[in-house]
Design a protein around this ligand. Structure first.
Ligand code: PGA
Length: 252
């Protein structure tokens, strides 16, 4: 069935030296974790060093964003092939901070997903509503729009390689976690969208992570929910101890 996945999104934190030190300290804390996949997402500058430090371990590496073109005049951007060359195997796409700070659209998310898949990277695709949207009871409409736009035109084999992260924007970095029940409700809705457009098999297979103020003390409740297949962790992923406690949620 669905293997849980715990991913740490470091955002714009950690120099190369700090990132490598993190991996050195994390390794022994998660070597026994065979119940889930473990991923860390350092900034671009540290990808290669972290991938080297994590070689031969159960820690996989993700980039936090990418450009959809193979190459070109895109100052400051990084292509999927450049990411893959570092040893990273995953890439976060459509994080709400990219959507907000860089006006990223569902159409761009869609192009990035396709380019990531072509290059052999596993996309972790973020969706989620803002507080205003939730309070206006527009959550389902927003998730449907992001889903239909972001995943447009994907074949079933392509979609089968994607991981979805449900991250309500109002819960990111705010300390306001969605309750396990609220998160599970959104996960059910998203899985329903997969069922409607791609069928029951893919709906049962797709992993949907929860993200937004996940901490060592709330991961267990979240993971106890049926449709929650892991977590995308920001702030609490920056320290090896707290990230390891989240990875080892079964023992917490
Ligand atoms: P947070 O961030 O855990 O700090 O809320 C989650 C994310 O943005 O992926």
């Amino acid at each position: 069935m669905r293997v849980p996945l715990i991913a740490g999104n470091w955002k714009m934190y950690k120099t190369i030296a700090e990132a490598v030190e993190f991996v050195v300290r994390l390794k022994p804390l998660v070597t026994a974790a065979d119940h889930c996949e473990v991923v860390v997402a350092p900034p671009f500058t540290a990808l290669r060093a972290v991938a080297d430090a994590a070689k031969g371990t159960n820690i996989a590496v993700a980039a936090q964003d990418m450009h959809w073109d193979k190459e070109g005049a895109h100052t400051g951007d990084i292509s999927a092939a450049m990411i893959a060359e570092t040893g990273a195997t995953h890439v976060i796409i459509g994080h709400s901070e990219r959507r907000q700070d860089h006006a990223e659209t569902d159409e761009q998310v869609n192009r990035k997903i396709k380019a990531a898949l072509t290059t052999g990277l596993t996309p972790i695709v973020c969706v989620g509503e803002t507080l205003v949207e939730r309070e206006a009871a527009r959550m389902e409409e927003v998730l449907r729009r992001q889903f239909q736009g972001g995943f447009a035109g994907l074949t079933p084999p392509e979609f089968s390689r994607i991981i979805i992260a449900y991250e309500p924007v109002w819960a990111i970095g705010t300390g306001r976690t969605a309750t396990p029940e609220m998160a599970a409700e959104s996960h059910r809705f998203l899985r329903g969208l997969v069922r409607q457009s791609l069928g029951e098999t893919l709906a049962a297979q797709v992993r949907i992570l929860y993200g937004g103020s996940v901490k060592p003390d709330n991961i267990r409740g979240l993971m106890a929910q049926d449709g929650i297949d892991g977590a995308l962790v920001g702030g609490a992923s920056l320290k090896p101890d707290s990230f390891a406690a989240i990875v080892n949620y079964l023992r917490s």
